[in-house]
Design a protein around this ligand. Sequence first.
Ligand code: SF4
Length: 488
Amino acid sequence: MFKISKSDYVLGVKCPNAIWFKKFRKDLQQELNTAVLEQGTAVGELACSRYPGGIRIDAMPWEQAAHTQTIRAINANAPYIYEATLGTKAGEYCAVDILQNNNDGTWDIIEVKSTTKPHDYHYLDVSFQRYVFTQCGINIRNCKILTLNPEYVRHGDLDIQELFVEHDVTADLQDENIVATEIARIRTVLNGPELGIAIAKTKCNKFYECGYKCHCWRNIPSYSVFDAFKGALADEIYAAYGANLANVPADLRDKQMHAGDIEAFLNDTETINTDVLREFTDQLKWPLYFLDYESIMSAIPMFDNSKPYQQICFQFSLHVQRSPGAGLEHYEYLHDTAGTDPRPRLIQKLIETIGDTGSVIVYNQAFEQGRNTEMAQAFPEYAEQLLAINDRMLDLLIPFRNRGMYRPCQNGSASIKQTLPAFVPEMSYANMGIHNGTEASEQFMDFMKGKQTPEQTAMMMQNLHEYCGQDTMAMVKLLDVVLETLKQ
Ligand code: SF4
């Protein structure tokens, strides 16, 4: 008899292959992201403090001791039971984050999620919990998902009541019969042989990107119908013609938003649209300031005047070119004091160096403009200057996104990680100590939490200087390519 946990249930509802792999192909398991796990644990512990005076079940959910402790706590009429754990005779088991005693013979399930709203798969998770506890004879009245409150702004000590928000999802859960049917289907899969792989963009990316894509998608070309077409249309075309774009009829290829990308790929040609490029360059005002931010974010706000998951800028790089053909100047700020808010000193340095005239060139302006707007709200004394920077912003992504220039090696993407190697192949992130914004953010967060040795911090600082500087230098070079193309 297979034991089925709540994560097994969610995975099995998403895809039968996935639950089969989880049980029988341990070699395909992806490493868990420890930073995400640690964050979930921290949020869970804080959430429990919102419901004080309860009993914690400390045995692991799959151990009989957890069930015994839970029954004992229920019989003791505890006001709350943290990690309350029960299992059915058939082998389904789960731990409930917080079981709340209604003191009338009924109990509420409170499931803590470190998101800012409930997601689809959270409802599956809680449906399974209600099923298991009901099967075990517990009278469940209401089910709630407790998330972080996206509107909460920290001022001083954390306000635990305001930091979280309860969502009553009782009426939105799967009923018991549906859960029982899904469990039976999962058990049939687990008792059978490996299934034939049936990939689909809408399934494999449903809820979250499936961790088994490295296996199931291993024969999909690096640029395929799944890159060129959106959602369900990609699945339809794949079912009819396979993943290779060469097999897709021309009339269907034209349905793609950037049909020229497919033709460029099939014919190995590049696209140049000088009207699109000129529309961008006509807006340039000298001097040019090339700006890039690096940021961290935390589920639990670390600093005053910040919200859950707010991006906190800790570094900027600024390359400046004062006139056409002039040499480059470079300015930067990298916060170097662990545990303190990087924003005040970063803002001051930015305002000192970015002047008050000339274009501020960024790549994907939604990010930098968003950060400036948030910093203007958090530090109103700098609001005027920060919002004035936004008014000067020009987004270098736009001429590439609008296919002013496109090369097949971009695989349908206009992100700077694709356009840079396509047009400036001598510049690469491959040999750098930090390769992308996620790595920058994770390492800096370790520094902020005091988790690094001095040697690690020194290395990280050097890598961050190089990485963020490369991002702005990449924009300088890409704009050069655009300007040179227009001269030809
Ligand atoms: S990659 Fe897709 S087909 Fe493979 S296990 Fe995941 S969801 Fe299922």
